[in-house]
Structures are given as structure tokens and as C-alpha cells.
Design a protein around this ligand. Structure first.
Ligand code: NAD
Length: 260
């Protein structure tokens, strides 16, 4: 269904973004991967995805904390492939601290990468999508775009912000056949969450298993993490023709977290 469509996926060298890159390449898309990597990790990832899925994959090194880099990611993708059909804003970072102790530089970085970067990629991608009257934009928000948790002030603010931006972009582009939706996952065991578990084990003097249980307790009634593959399947569906009337939504995939 998505064969030969061009998908740009930010933060796709790890975790959820990597799972999305795998799924969209497997669905036949040509994919632009992006993320902060060391050494020749990017070349190896590109080679593996191309070989495995027999499709074209390129890497873009944009640092999404910089608005100019965000714009360059979109412009370079359009220059290389001629157009962008699917834009997925996924890159994100986390920092956990009470508001009165929250480091100002961490606040600024989280707002820049988790929220403003999506504004900058979307604003540059829209004119091309509008000209062609087609496009799918997905923002990987979080349950923290819908509800809050303590010590995540910047993250919760950024994720609520991206849910709002999603609605505006959706409304402004209905006449162009462009949809914009947010996916709101519960906890997924990626490096972003593993760091929270490791830090909490050290600060609370408990085992990693106990820290793991504490993280999920009262949040995901299943006691399980959400799988990257399930999130990718939802993303693929939202980019399919069957989802052409789904726009401006924020869809939780959270094992019941936000039903409580
Ligand atoms: P991750 O740490 O595994 O991956 C983050 C990706 O973003 C990496 O590819 C990294 O290189 C990239 N990135 C970070 N800073 C960047 C920058 N300045 N420029 C370009 N790329 C940058 O994290 P993840 O858990 O896979 O999270 C991906 C998204 O999903 C984030 O937006 C996160 O908020 C969201 N999310 C995660 C969870 C979870 O439980 N893991 C739950 C809900 C939402």
C-alpha cells in the first residue's frame, strides 16, 4: 500500500523511531532516517535496512535542536527524492526533576527537540504536500500529551504542546487531503526509558527489577511495556488510504493508562 512513498522519520536510529523505519521500509517506502549517532553506526543502519527491505534508505544527520537543521532535513529529503509523502516527528529526549530544580538548559532542549522541531519540519514540509494535495504527518507524542506525571514538567509541557499543534495542522490542511495525527504511547522499553529505570534504581537504592515495577505501577495496569511493533503498525495504518478521514486525533496506545 505504501510502496515507493517517501517517509522522513526523525530520531529513527534508536527505539520507537528505529522500529518505525523498519516497518515503513518493510512496507516498501523509501526512508530518510535521522538521529544522533556515533562512528559509522548510521552507514551500517542504512546498509542493513536497504539490504533487508530492498528499498532506498538515506541518513540525514540533522540536529533537531537547531531550526536550520530541521529545515535542511526536509529540503534535502525533497531534493533527493523529489517529494515527501510521510513525515513522522518522533525524536525526543527526557529529563526528570521537580519544577523548582529543573535545569533551565534541559527545559530549553526538551522544548526544542520534542516540540519546536516538529513545528520546523512541518512548516517546511507543508508547501510541497499542499501543492500535491497529499501527505501524512504523524507526531509521536505520549500519554504525557494527555495526562501528567510528577517530575516531567518539560516533557509533559512539550507533549501537550505537540497534541495542540497536531490539531491545528490537521484543521488547516483538510482541504489539501493532508492528515496530521498524534500517537500517544504508554511506556515502551527503549534507551530513553531504560535510563529512567537505571537512574531510579541508583537514587532509590533498589534493584533494576524493582525500579521497573515502580515505573509501571499505577500507570499501565497490564504491568507490561508497549511494543515498538504495535506502535509501528498503528503508524502504518494511519498512513494508509483507510485512515484518510482520521485527522487531528491523539491516539493512546497505552494498555489502559489514560482510561484510569
Ligand atoms: P530513544 O532515546 O530510544 O530514541 C530517540 C531518538 O531521537 C534517537 O534516534 C536519537 O538519536 C534521536 N534524537 C535525540 N535528540 C536528537 C536531536 N537533537 N536531533 C536529532 N535526533 C535526536 O527514545 P524513544 O523512547 O524511542 O522515544 C522516541 C519518541 O517516542 C520520543 O518523542 C519520546 O518522547 C516518545 N515516547 C517514548 C515513550 C517510551 O516509553 N519510550 C513513550 C511515549 C512516547
Amino acid at each position: 500500500m505504501l510502496r515507493d512513498q517517501i517517509a522522513v522519520i526523525t530520531g529513527s536510529t534508536s527505539g520507537i523511531g528505529l522500529g518505525l523505519a523498519e516497518a515503513f521500509a518493510a512496507a516498501g517506502c523509501r526512508v530518510v532516517v535521522n538521529g544522533i549517532v556515533a562512528g559509522n553506526e548510521a552507514e551500517e543502519l542504512v546498509r542493513r535496512l536497504q539490504l533487508q527491505h530492498q528499498t532506498e534508505v538515506i541518513y540525514h544527520p540533522a540536529n533537531l535542536a537547531d531550526p536550520e537543521h530541521c529545515a535542511a532535513l526536509i529540503r534535502d529529503a525533497e531534493a533527493h527524492f523529489g517529494a515527501i509523502d510521510i513525515l513522522i516527528n518522533n525524536a525526543g529526549i527526557q529529563h526528570v526533576a521537580p519544577v523548582e530544580q529543573f535545569p533551565v538548559d534541559r527545559w530549553n532542549s526538551i522544548l526544542a527537540i520534542n516540540l519546536s522541531a516538529a513545528f520546523h519540519t512541518i512548516r517546511v514540509a507543508l508547501p510541497g504536500m499542499q501543492r500535491r494535495n497529499r501527505g501524512r504527518i504523524l507526531n509521536i507524542a505520549s500519554v504525557h500529551g494527555l495526562v501528567a506525571s510528577v517530575h516531567k514538567g518539560a516533557y509533559v509541557a512539550a507533549k501537550h504542546g505537540i497534541v495542540g499543534l497536531t490539531k491545528v495542522v490537521a484543521l488547516e490542511n483538510i482541504a489539501h487531503g493532508i492528515t496530521c495525527n498524534a500517537i500517544c504511547p504508554g511506556y515502551v522499553l527503549t534507551p530513553l526509558v531504560q535510563k529512567q529505570i537505571d537512574d531510579s534504581a541508583v537514587s532509590d537504592g533498589i534493584s533494576k527489577e524493582e525500579a521497573n515495577r515502580k515505573l509501571l505501577e499505577g500507570k499501565q495496569p497490564s504491568g507490561r511495556f508497549i511494543s515498538v511493533e504495535d506502535i509501528a503498525a498503528l503508524a502504518i495504518f494511519l498512513c494508509s488510504p483507510a485512515a484518510s478521514s482520521i485527522t487531528g486525533t491523539s491516539l493512546p496506545i497505552d494498555d489502559g493508562w489514560t482510561a484510569q
